[in-house]
Design a binder for this molecule. Structure first.
Ligand SMILES: NC(=O)c1ccc[n+]([C@@H]2O[C@H](COP(=O)([O-])OP(=O)(O)OC[C@H]3O[C@@H](n4cnc5c(N)ncnc54)[C@H](OP(=O)(O)O)[C@@H]3O)[C@@H](O)[C@H]2O)c1
Length: 210
């Protein structure tokens, strides 16, 4: 069975994930940061695109957790662009790098999964994660291109976005469903499931209606 996929991200009140030039800006309130920490504990895996690894160099771990207590870190990196110094390669959590089938790169201490001829075939990837890695639940934490590709394949089961009290501005600043080449025809309809004030912002949770 396909893993349950939840997209979780934070955007400014003008709908940006970060600043121009993809510069990381703190958007989440303390309350939202605490919520995300708890959320990670209840999912089997966390997935991001290589753009987020290059821009933010995240750990994608639970603080003070042992190796096996962490969710599996999954990075979509079709052509193997992850820098060797990236924190996701620090061996502190089970980690999978997903490349396309023509990429020959391997990383020490990390599983490589090859999936898709050019782009990554996300539907097939969900099948591999479920059958070979027992992943039942997955948080997609960004960035915008990665979130868009999950919506494009209609793989998102739940979308939660924290809207923080700041304006970032900028024509090129990333947004939660970003990148070239895909515009949802007529839009992907979402049903608002809940809205909750969390410090100086609001957490909105939507359920896609495909
Ligand atoms: N506020 C938040 O919650 C939050 C969370 C995460 C990130 N961010 C921000 O988001 C920005 C990064 O976003 P982004 O859109 O540039 O990067 P991204 O989504 O992290 O990564 C995009 C890259 O991942 C690969 N990729 C994604 N989906 C793919 C697919 N289906 N098939 C093949 N490859 C796929 C591609 O790599 P190739 O280019 O190699 O083909 C693509 O260029 C940063 O500024 C970061 O700070 C914000």
């Amino acid at each position: 069975m396909k893993p349950f996929v939840r997209v979780n991200c934070a955007m400014s009140a003008d709908g940006k994930l970060a600043g121009e030039e993809r510069k990381q800006i703190r958007i989440s309130s303390e309350e939202d940061i605490k919520r995300v920490k708890e959320l990670r504990r209840s999912y089997n895996a966390i997935l991001v695109g290589v753009g987020t690894v290059i821009a933010d160099d995240p750990h994608l771990t639970i603080k003070n957790a042992d190796y096996d207590e962490n969710p599996i870190r999954i990075i979509l990196d079709p052509t193997g662009r992850i820098p060797d110094s990236a924190r996701v390669l620090d061996g502190k959590a089970p980690t999978i790098i997903v490349t396309n089938e023509s990429c020959t790169k391997d990383w020490a201490g990390v599983e490589s999964v090859r999936c898709g001829e050019d782009r990554i075939d996300l539907t097939r990837l969900m099948d591999i994660l479920s059958k070979e890695y027992n992943v039942e639940s997955l948080i997609v934490e960004g960035g915008g291109e990665t979130i868009a590709s999950f919506f494009r394949e209609r793989l998102v089961d739940e979308y939660s976005v924290f809207v923080g009290g700041l304006i970032i501005g900028g024509r090129t600043a990333p947004t939660p469903s970003d990148g070239n080449g895909w515009v949802a025809e007529g839009g992907v309809k979402l049903r608002l499931f809940s809205a909750e004030v969390l410090g100086n912002g609001a957490l909105l949770t939507f359920l896609p209606e495909y």
